[in-house]
Design a protein around this ligand. Structure first.
Ligand code: TYM
Length: 504
């Protein structure tokens, strides 16, 4: 690490006995952008607010997904006025740029909200926009003079899980990247919501093979990945009939609309896209990044807008793309004074917005090698389960165990039987059950959850005619809807067949 200020801060923390890990990232200002880059959600972040109460300043540390209740702060501190420090005051008081405040600021009386302690670790400021520290929350109580308070309420995305999905149109897509197989992060973050919707709604699901071209430029690999993903998805979907399942490249309108949207999209909007920024931060020269990768959010906007869905169920990593899609659609509508494009909403239930990987540190992702597969051989999945991060403080099975941050229990909350999981949690906390027993139960639960899908996968693999027919039906239905939207778009922007030969 090169930043001497950050190094000094880290040493001060060590002196106070505050355990922390130093995470480096590109220069990012918002808590959301940093968390996204690091593969965490807002609920795993701590944000330092500098606040002016009457005539003095204080610092409040709140969790990223919570909202400060001003009235509670005023009541607790016995003050009448309260406002956020402005940028100048902030920098003067903390000595660092806005967005970089650390957790320990000796010059400011500091209050820490109790919801921080619901997490075992939290990512928060370090004094630099290039580093985030992952603090052990229980150690934060060692900050001199710190007071634990109850100042916040949860600002949740839960409202989206309460939406009435009856009769709504849903669209989503998955890219056949990596080797094309699905993991439980894809399942919990996107496919499961999709299946729920499909029981009542009108659903479109695409295998986004055009998106894969941004990274896969090998004919055999692209074909293999696409086929694998098709079989994985169809096996999970089962016999749902409300789904139009298709391959993106079978519907040429996606590329056509992309060209039209290119012309209303400013460069700056794409420069802010995470996928592009991530690529840049990996020491790739801007001149060498292919235009497909740069344009990717526009293709994804076309994927969505062609079908006019109400909701797009995705994991949080795709949220920005849906915001970009809304932005682009709004720009086209405004440019042509039309409402031809319908602005979609993301659908991201909070509890599965980011499924963490088996390392317990980063978002589950094939490229990080921290996944649990769905369709691999049992022996592979067992190995993935057995290497899942649990409680590093627990050396013997009779040591008291921790559930928070323990990935085996995090997965069991989704896949295990409720009563059994709650019983295992109690036993684990009391040091009465070994890690391996809990892991065996997770493995059994996964096998049970995906039993039918795994059987269907083998059946589909042996029945290519059936799969080809599903895809050709899906492509026909998708082309019909996409074609209709394209006619409307062409009409709205002046690419019509309705010639008037200069009688304007
Ligand atoms: P992709 O293929 O990377 O991921 C597919 C879906 O899985 C979700 N996901 C996760 N959710 C929670 N936790 C995780 N660890 C996790 N890993 C993956 C993703 O958020 C996504 O919903 N660009 C898209 C595909 C796409 C698309 C679209 C999506 C193309 N066109 C139109 C919606 C609408 C992508 O690459 O997702």
């Amino acid at each position: 690490m090169t930043d001497p200020k950050v190094k000094k801060y880290s040493e001060e923390l060590k002196k106070l006995g505050i355990e922390h890990e130093i995470l480096k990232h590109p220069q990012l200002v918002s808590v959301e952008a940093v968390q996204k880059y690091l593969g965490y959600g807002l609920e795993d972040a701590g944000a330092t607010l500098v606040i002016k109460v009457d005539d003095k300043f204080i610092a409040i540390i709140r969790r990223g997904d919570t909202k400060l209740d001003n009235e509670r702060v005023k009541k607790y501190l016995g003050v009448a006025n309260l406002r956020m420090a402005n940028e100048e005051e902030f920098t003067k008081l903390t000595g660092v740029p806005s967005g970089a405040a650390s957790v320990y600021i000796p010059s400011l009386p500091t209050y820490i909200d109790k919801k921080i302690f619901e997490k075992e670790y939290i990512n928060a400021g370090s004094g630099s926009l290039l580093y985030t520290f992952r603090y052990k929350t229980s150690d934060l109580k060692k900050i001199p003079g710190i007071k634990v308070v109850d100042f916040t309420s949860i600002e949740s995305e839960k409202k989206s899980s309460l939406i009435d999905i009856k009769g709504k149109r849903i669209l989503s897509g998955i890219t056949p990247s990596g080797d094309g197989t699905l993991h439980i992060g894809n399942y919990l973050g996107a496919v499961k919501q999709f299946i729920e919707f499909a029981k009542n709604g009108d659903c479109y699901l695409m295998v986004a093979d055009l998106h894969a071209l941004t990274t896969i430029q090998n004919k055999a690999q692209l074909q293999k990945n696409t086929e694998t993903l098709i079989l994985n998805e169809l096996a999970l979907l089962g016999n749902l009939t409300n789904i139009v399942f298709f391959r993106q490249s079978d519907v040429p309108m996606h590329a056509e609309l992309t060209w039209i949207l290119n012309n209303v999209t400013p460069l700056g909007l794409l420069r802010r896209a995470h996928a592009y920024k991530d690529k840049l931060s990996k020491d790739v020269m801007e001149d060498e990044i292919n235009l497909g990768l740069f344009n990717y959010p526009i293709l994804m906007a076309s994927d969505i807008l062609l079908y006019k869905p109400d909701f797009v169920p995705v994991g949080r990593d795709q949220k920005q793309h849906i915001e970009i899609c809304r932005d682009i659609a709004g720009r086209l509508n405004k440019t042509y004074k039309s409402d031809v494009l319908k602005l979609p909403k993301p659908y991201i239930p909070e509890d599965v917005a980011v499924v963490m990987g088996t390392d317990g540190k980063r978002k589950m992702s094939k490229s990080l090698g921290n996944i649990i597969s769905i369709f691999d051989d049992e022996i592979v999945i067992k190995k993935q389960v057995m290497s899942t991060y649990t409680d590093p403080t627990r050396i013997h099975s009779n040591d008291l165990g921790h559930i928070e941050g323990n990935m085996v229990f995090a997965y069991l909350d989704f896949f295990g039987e409720k009563n059994k999981v709650s019983e295992l949690k109690d036993l684990y906390k009391e040091g009465k059950v070994a890690d391996v027993e809990v892991k065996n139960y997770l493995f059994e639960s996964l096998m049970k959850t995906f039993k039918d899908a795994r059987v269907r996968y083998q059946e589909l693999k042996n029945n290519p005619q059936k799969v080809t027919k599903i895809l050709s039906n899906g492509a026909d239905r998708a082309r019909e809807v996409a074609g209709k939207t394209m006619m409307e778009v062409r009409d709205a922007i002046g690419l019509t067949n309705n010639y008037s030969f200069f009688k304007y």
